[in-house]
Design a protein around this ligand. Sequence first.
Ligand code: AMP
Ligand code: MG
Length: 670
Amino acid sequence: MNADRIKDSVTGLILAGGQGRRMGNVDKGLELFRGKRLVDHVYERLAPQVGGIIINANQNHDAYKTFGVRVVSDAIGNFAGPLAGLHAGLSVSRRPYLASVPCDSPFLPEDLVERLLARLNESGAELAVAKTGDQPHPVFCLARRGVLEHLSNFLKGGGRKIDAWYASLAMVEVNFDDRAEAFSNINTREELANLEEGTSEDGNTEAETTAETGTHAAPAIAAAAAAALERLSPPSGDSPAGVTSGDALARVVSCIEAYDPNALRVEKAREVIRSLLVPVATNEKLAVRAALGRVLGEPIISTLDVPAHDNAAMDGYALRHADLKAAGETELRLAGSAFAGRAFAGKLGRRECVRIMTGAVMPQGADTVVIQEIVQTEGDKVRIPAGQKRGQNRRLAGEDLAAGKAVLEAGQAVGPAELGLIASLGLAEVTVRRRLRVAFFSTGDELASVGSTLKPGEVYDSNRYTLYGMLSRLGCDLIDMGVVRDDQASLERALKAAAADADAIITSGGVSVGEADFIRELLGKLGEVVFWKIAMKPGRPMAFGKIAHAGNEAHFFGLPGNPVAVMVTFYQFVREALLALSGRTDDCTLPLLQAPCACSVKKSPGRTEFQRGLLARDERGQWSVAPTGAQGSGVLRSMAQANCFIVLEHERGSVKPGELVRVQLFDGLI
Ligand code: AMP
Ligand code: MG
């Protein structure tokens, strides 16, 4: 679709229907900011992206009518939130798509609509939602007009939460990490004043969903955390001697509004972890093949032009475009031929052409290839029809890779395609980050090692085996420290040894309430660790922080003891953190797909649940997912039978058969 058709197919909706409670019940959109009303900023950014604009407001209609656009009130409730606004917009909009933005987002991306629409159409989803990091921004979304009916039913059923609504339909999230600051919204007068002075365009410390718009200010948390860290932590690099994080962790979590270690949301835990990671920075040189699975330590700069010469993109005749008549046929003389690997030796004379095959080097003097199907030949006469474009069917030298340009960036993982690309440049060695060193051990007096006979009350230590499996797949260097008994001296010894040597330490067991006391004390002594009860099932208790010994500092992940909880917390928090620590700079989170759930699933709102699921095709070839049997957090069999987690979001209630749910494949798609 060209740019104008994109514009014409989309109506923009500015959501200005909130009460502005946190600003003292003012109409936010009308607040002045840098000499204009907030809504003026938003209008100016949105208008060039859409065919027309509607404003949703529940008061001061005249003030919003200054743009000469339609202003609509909610049809339901009394300041019922962004969904009511979206409903009002969809009810009156006539274009096939509706793009909504809140009135307090003066920095919204100039390419918001284009990118949302592209993904929506690519994926076939009903709704595209912008996200940065892990955080969706539900009010920055683009919907097909057809979702109106679904939304009306949802609202009739009493639904008001935008996240819950969009979780109930085919939705695709669109990454805007490159524009994280653009989603800052303004909730308090203080924030407005700060921004007014230009002191912190992204310094919004708001963390919670705002009552008015449901906009998350996740980038602001990350920015606040990063700012706090910059003041408190060493610059990134291999943990320098004797450095501890001091009270960095406390400062970071204190930046998060409504931080509650007793009911921490999954996304918040991820953010805190992410903001405290100090990735490996040491490089090593490896032969190309040995670099498979590693992380590039330096960009790969092209040493050559690829292709090395101008060459033909089609089989046909190479000629000089200037020889062609402006109108009518031109007759040229056939001077020879050029094949891939065997170039035409001479130089093209006036009114000459050369028979050429795909990939063959363009003869000197030729700039255009005419495909063989439209050419007439007779002996050495070649007749070329009119209407040929200069440069057609010719690939230019350096078109794929230009000498001196970066072809791969530091922080990218080396997979099969990257190996080939590196080889295509003739490079024999690659600079990669050193491997991440991960120490891990199990804790518990009841644990027996495999191969021994179980005594009464004992269980075999399985967590060290699942951890071994998961860590091996990430390509870490492993330090298996065995089983450590639940006593202070043994734990202290193990933790110190691990902290002296590793970049990350992973333990299982011993973080639940009953057990935590002396461990808490011990970890406090060795570093800075917080104990969380995460609003999730399974995997509620977890500890995270850093511990230091002998001049080294290691990231610490204290996982629960239950075997399934170990795997869930690993996949949800540790995997992504370890990849970032290894130097990866891309988004390493496991993708969330959507699939209909084959049966009903019980779930209460207020925590994120990770059911073990099997995503499979039925006899008609349709994909659906179903939980795998008993879901107790000790039942490893449910993991072994599963190929994915069914991720039931925090706000979500029970699932009916056929409802769409999010699915996270354990090992990605390939
Ligand atoms: P904890 O978190 O230490 O209270 O452990 C919770 C449950 O997980 C208990 O039933 C433990 O026996 C079990 N558990 C802890 N560690 C392991 C392990 N390494 N392998 C198997 N089960 C474990
Ligand atoms: Mg235990």
